[in-house]
Design a binder for this molecule. Structure first.
Ligand code: CS2
Length: 478
């Protein structure tokens, strides 16, 4: 046990002045980016304290404030748990309470970087195309009001303030699991800025930077039992700890305004010229199989990913997904063996100390499936291949979002499109599939217009309904 952990939590030493504003202060950033930044400052210095912003609710701010913004990050390794106190946060703002205060700090000359983890749906874009969804209610609001609600709205209005003040823009560092995430956030920001003031959009396009990133660390939601266990172990109460696996990876395109950034390379982040091969590998091999296991595992009655992969039929299915369906369509990043990467992923999923619920990962499938699964399917089919496992995963998603499991029990579906998705379920699987494939926001044209895919998906869904998950897994395992 690290000495003085309790003292550090409640009398956190003053952290450096803020150089970073983070939008979307969830558990993932506190267990990933914030730790890299804290370590980079400890190693190489710099004023990179972080002001966190919650875009929705005050819960995190209310829990962290009495702790002076410090919190415990608990590493969950199979061989034991290890707490670390993180003191890099300087303040936490709650955007709906005072949007102007958020804009003011984003427009502060000391702030050089705005990082984001606002989840896939937070970009208010159309997942199948990456373009801004102008009809989104928050975007409609942000077009009218200088006090924004959406993440793109905050970026645009704060960049406008910086331009008016003669400051350089901040670097926008997207840390969400989106393909080409830098390009997506740049696209929505430029489109929104252009609707408000075309000259602003030109200025951002010329002077701004939107580096792409690949972020990776498994961070299960913290539970009440975790709080009690940490208290028993560490001897102090932390009302807002975060849980994480030992593994972490952060690959960043090295393109920052005025090259201003923490020394992240000194603490293991990879600063590269092209993130794309890393991002494809991670989104398709990790997130793609995570979502597949989430829907199929949930329907099979498994509560967590570790429980799911402990089931031999699932482990076989998973290996088949990687070997036969996902890896063949990938270009390995320099120096990476994708077979080894798959083996390491299986060990991470099997970590019994991580209770990562299938229900948690199943959330927001309409926003996740395109980049995690549908891209691989479209490429494989275009090359004349078949992908029965991933097709089955899409069928399982359709069953899941119907809101009822195989035995008619209700499922609590969390998805911005939940009501529309549930309404697509029909007694006839072919009709259900036709309804889903008409969703232009989710399915790329290559799949919407592919009768062979519709037929395969219908067969997978019929099989799932008729024979259940286990038999379907066997059929799809090659
Ligand atoms: C998961 C991710 O919840 C989900 O959808 O697939 O949060 C996953 O755990 C992380 O991307 C791992 O880096």
């Amino acid at each position: 046990m690290e000495a003085g952990l309790q003292d550090r939590l409640y009398r956190a030493p003053p952290t450096a002045p803020a150089g970073i504003v983070h939008l979307g202060l969830g558990a993932f950033f506190r267990a990933h980016g914030a730790i890299y930044v804290a370590e980079a400052m400890a190693k190489s210095g710099g004023d990179w304290g972080i002001v966190g912003v919650s875009l929705q609710s005050p819960g995190t701010r209310d829990r962290l404030k009495p702790q002076g913004w410090a919190y415990t990050a608990l590493e969950l390794a199979p061989e034991g748990e290890k707490p670390q106190v993180v003191t890099v946060l300087r303040d936490v703002l709650v955007a709906p309470e005072n949007p102007q205060a958020v804009l003011d700090v984003m427009a502060d000359p000391a702030v050089k970087i705005v990082t984001l983890t606002v989840t896939e749906k937070g970009y208010c874009h159309e997942p199948s195309t990456g373009r801004l969804n102008r009809a989104h209610p928050d975007i409609q609001h942000d077009l009218q009001s200088p006090q924004p609600r959406s993440a793109p709205g905050f970026l645009v209005r704060a960049l406008a303030m910086r331009r008016e003040r003669g400051l350089a823009p901040f670097t926008v560092l997207c840390c969400d699991n989106l393909p080409e995430n830098g390009r997506v956030v740049r696209g929505v920001v430029l489109e929104l800025a252009g609707l408000i003031d075309p000259a602003l959009a030109d200025w951002i396009a010329t002077h701004g930077a939107f580096p792409a990133t690949m972020v990776d660390r498994i961070v299960p939601a913290t539970t009440a039992a975790d709080l009690d266990r940490l208290e028993a172990m560490a001897g102090y109460r932390d009302e807002s700890p975060v849980m994480h696996e030992p593994f972490r990876q952060w690959v960043i395109e090295d393109d920052f305004v005025d090259a201003a950034r923490p020394d992240l390379g000194a603490v293991g982040a990879q600063l590269v010229g092209d993130v794309t091969p890393f991002e494809h590998m991670k989104l398709r091999m990790l997130n793609g199989t995570h979502s597949s296991l989430a829907y199929l595992g949930y329907l099979a009655g498994h509560e967590t990913i570790a429980d799911t992969v402990a089931d031999p039929a699932f482990a076989d299915f998973l290996r088949g997904l990687w070997r036969h369906e996902i890896i063949p369509a990938l270009t390995p990043p320099p120096g990476v063996d994708l077979g080894d990467y798959a083996d390491a992923l299986l060990a991470r999923y099997a970590n019994p100390a991580i209770r990562h619920r299938t229900w948690q990962i199943a959330m927001d499938g309409s926003q996740k499936l395109p980049q995690r699964i549908l891209g691989t399917i479209a490429e494989a089919r275009a090359a004349g291949g078949t992908v029965p496992g991933l097709t089955l995963a899409v069928a399982a998603w359709m069953r899941y979002v119907s809101g009822r499991d195989q035995s008619g029990r209700p499922i609590e579906v969390k998805d911005p499109m939940a009501a529309r998705l549930a309404a697509l379920w029909r007694d006839d699987p072919a009709e259900t599939v036709a309804g889903f494939l008409a969703l232009a926001e989710v399915f790329p044209p290559a799949l919407r217009d592919d009768p062979g895919f519709a037929a395969d998906l219908t067969a997978a869904l019929s099989g799932l309904i008729r024979d259940g998950v286990q038999a379907s897994l066997k059929r799809a395992s090659q």
